[in-house]
Write a protein that binds this ligand. Structure first.
Ligand code: HPA
Length: 246
C-alpha cells in the first residue's frame, strides 16, 4: 500500500526527514512541482510539495496533471491532500480542521483533464472525495484526539489574489464553507486516474469580509506552525489506519 501526501502550506514539515524517490520530476505532461520524497517517519508514505520545494509556484501555475500523473506512475494507491483555506462558515476560527466532502470549482484556464481525442473521459464526480478515505480520516482524528469539522464544502478560486467580500458572500450562498485555491483540478485529475483521494483543510484566515480587517498572509504562517503538531498526529494515524486495511 503506497500512500501519497500532497501538501504545501501546512505540511512542509514532513519534508525534513525524507528522501527523493526519483531523479527527475519530468512527465509526459511537463514537470511536476517537485520530486516526491519518501518519509521514513510516516512508514514510507510519499510526500509531494505542490508549490515546489522552494514554494515558487502559485496555485494557477501548479502543473496538477504532472503531479497526479507522477504519483500514479509511482504506483500510489491512496492520496491525501492537505490544503490551507480561508474560513467562510461563521463558526470556523483559525487553526480549525475541516474535512471537505464537496467541491465547487470557480477556477478557469487550468489544465484540468487527462481527456483528449483518444481518451474520452467523463469522470463521475458526484462525490469528489473518496468516502472510505473520508471515514478513515474521521477515525484517525478520533484516535489522534484532533477536532474536525465534517462535511465541508471547498470552494476553489483561481487566485492568486484573495476574494472580495461580495465573492465570499456569494460563495456562502452557494454553500461553500471554506475557500482555497488548489483543490481543483487536483481532485478531479485523481478521479480520472482512478486514484482514491481525500483532503484535510486547515483554516489559516477568516475569508474576506469575515474577519476584523484585511487578510495578512504573514499571519497564516503562525497558524500553520501552531496547527502543525495536530496535523502531523492526524496524518500519522491516517497512514497507520490505511496500512492496516491491507
Ligand atoms: N482564499 C483563498 N485561498 C486561501 C485563503 C483565502 O482566504 N486562505 C488560504 N488559502
Amino acid at each position: 500500500m503506497t500512500i501519497a501526501l500532497i501538501g504545501g502550506t501546512g505540511l512542509e514539515a514532513l519534508d525534513g526527514e525524507s528522501v527523493p524517490v526519483l531523479d527527475s520530476a519530468q512527465t509526459p505532461y511537463g514537470r511536476a512541482s517537485a520530486i516526491p520524497r519518501r518519509s521514513e517517519a510516516l512508514s514510507g508514505a510519499l510526500f509531494l510539495n505542490r508549490h515546489a520545494d522552494d514554494h515558487s509556484l502559485l496555485p494557477h501555475e501548479i502543473n496538477y496533471r504532472a503531479n497526479l500523473w507522477l504519483l500514479n506512475e509511482l504506483g500510489v494507491d491512496v492520496v491525501l491532500a492537505v490544503f490551507a483555506v480561508g474560513g467562510i462558515s461563521r463558526g470556523l476560527v483559525n487553526g480549525d480542521f475541516v474535512l471537505p466532502a464537496q467541491i465547487i470549482d470557480y477556477t478557469w484556464g487550468r489544465e484540468h483533464t487527462f481527456a483528449d481525442a483518444t481518451r474520452l473521459l467523463h469522470a463521475d464526480f458526484t462525490e469528489p472525495f473518496d468516502r472510505d478515505l473520508y471515514d478513515t480520516l474521521v477515525h484517525a482524528a478520533l484516535l489522534a484526539d484532533v477536532d474536525l469539522f465534517p462535511e465541508g464544502v471547498y470552494g476553489c478560486t483561481q487566485g492568486p489574489r484573495l476574494e472580495t467580500a461580495a465573492e465570499i458572500d456569494r460563495m456562502e450562498r452557494d454553500g461553500c464553507t471554506v475557500v482555497g485555491m488548489t483543490g481543483m483540478p487536483e481532485a478531479v485529475l485523481a478521479r480520472e486516474l482512478g486514484l482514491p483521494y481525500a483532503g484535510v483543510c486547515l483554516v489559516v484566515n477568516p475569508a474576506a469580509g469575515r474577519g476584523p480587517g484585511m487578510i495578512e498572509v504573514a499571519g497564516m504562517r503562525a497558524v500553520v506552525d501552531e496547527a502543525s503538531p495536530r496535523l502531523l498526529r492526524l496524518v500519522a494515524r491516517f497512514v497507520e489506519l490505511v496500512e492496516q486495511r491491507e
